[in-house]
Design a protein around this ligand. Structure first.
Ligand code: SAH
Length: 350
């Protein structure tokens, strides 16, 4: 038996090829079905207008179209930040966060259930690795968000649970589907893939023709001794190698690599750290996102968030050294929806 057709895994071209291959149909039917599914947000896409006359096709699609992004089982909103929890078909739970900005919303999606990176300060790491998400489960988070919040959802960041480059192929296919103009139409320049520093992933991405897709790297420590203790990946992909891979990355004119730096009081916020960070960034075209450490249920005993003054002092040192830096708002703190706080064990219920 042929596989089901999973529209959430398909670009328009993929669908057109599938309809031609299976049912001998031309692109007209594909475009009606794709539009019904993505523009009208109707999962029962065989009910698309304009294909009723092809009764055979309608029956086949009704039988063959599968739609299983999981069920939203919990949703909490606070200060405008929404977090929704999706139960996947096998019962595992993942989280997505929606951050409203003035003209649009950003959705932070998960690429894995759990994560195997083991970063010491991160709540998701404490869950360990559960499994990769499928393309359908990744794109499904955005589809579901669009159903609930409409076209305000404009930006997608792969900064939820998981390491996107551990699940490279699914993440890249998800980017292609998300950015398909006939569907969700989220331009690649509005999509950011964030890595803890998998160099092979950075290199693989370099080789793809996706010059507008944004790349973010979670640095969090400016020397190997400290980074080895905070982020185990540094033992095999140390700072010099990471820097070299980023230098070789074919960055479009006017674009920057986003460098995330989670500021942890007394750990990585010294003057030395600011200087080392400045030096490490010097050969790169990068923009630093300073993220104040968010204590989680399991990490709060280990680390302390910086005060506003401590953040300002560190930020000012970077500015004085000519570094392009911005402080990221970490809203969603009380919801456990902020960076590094996504863990399916901790769900605030109202
Ligand atoms: N694995 C990828 C994608 C996850 S992004 C990556 O590491 O980039 C999640 C972001 O939240 C990362 O930049 C991470 O460094 C940051 N983060 C993790 N734990 C945090 C915490 N407790 N407080 C603030 N930021 C945290």
């Amino acid at each position: 038996m042929k596989h089901m057709i999973r529209l959430l895994e398909m670009t328009y071209d993929n669908l057109a090829a599938a309809l031609a291959d299976r049912y001998g149909k031309g692109t007209y039917h594909a475009s009606m079905v794709y539009k019904e599914f993505y523009k009208n947000r109707n999962p029962r896409a065989w009910t698309a207008r304009g294909i009723e006359a092809s009764t055979g096709l309608v029956a086949q699609l009704r039988r063959d179209l599968a739609f299983a992004p999981g069920n939203v089982v919990d949703e909490v909103v606070q200060d405008g930040v929404a977090k929704f929890v999706t139960a996947l078909a096998d019962g595992h739970r993942i989280e997505s966060v929606i951050l409203p900005l003035e003209t649009h919303h950003t959705i932070c999606v998960s690429s894995q259930a759990g994560c195997r990176m083991g970063c010491r300060f991160c709540e998701t790491a404490r869950m360990g690795f559960v499994r990769h998400l499928t393309v359908e489960e990744i794109v499904g988070q955005v589809y579901t968000a669009r159903q609930r919040y409409g076209d305000f959802i404009r930006n997608v960041v792969f900064m939820g649970m998981g390491e996107p480059f551990d699940n490279f192929d699914a993440v890249i296919q998800a980017v292609r589907v998300l950015s398909d103009q006939r569907g969700l139409d989220i331009a690649q320049r509005y999509i950011t893939v964030s890595t803890a520093g998998r160099i092979d992933g950075i290199e693989k991405l370099s080789a793809l023709d996706m010059p507008h897709l944004k790349l973010a790297v979670s640095l969090n420590a400016p020397n190997d001794t400290l980074r080895n203790t905070l982020m185990p990946i540094n033992n095999t992909a140390p700072l010099a190698m990471l820097q070299k891979a980023l230098k070789a990355y074919p960055l479009k004119k006017g674009y920057n690599i986003m460098v995330a730096y989670v500021l942890i009081a007394g750990v990585n916020d010294s003057s030395d750290c600011a200087r080392q960070l400045t030096d490490w960034l010097a050969p790169l075209r990068a923009k630093v996102n300073l993220i104040p450490f968010n204590p989680g249920t399991g990490t709060s005993a280990l680390y302390r968030p910086p005060t506003e003054t401590e953040i300002e002092i560190f930020r000012q040192k970077l500015i004085d050294a000519g570094v392009n830096v911005q402080k990221r708002l970490s809203r969603g703190c009380d919801l456990m929806a902020a960076c590094g706080q996504l863990s399916s064990r901790k769900t605030t219920r109202r």
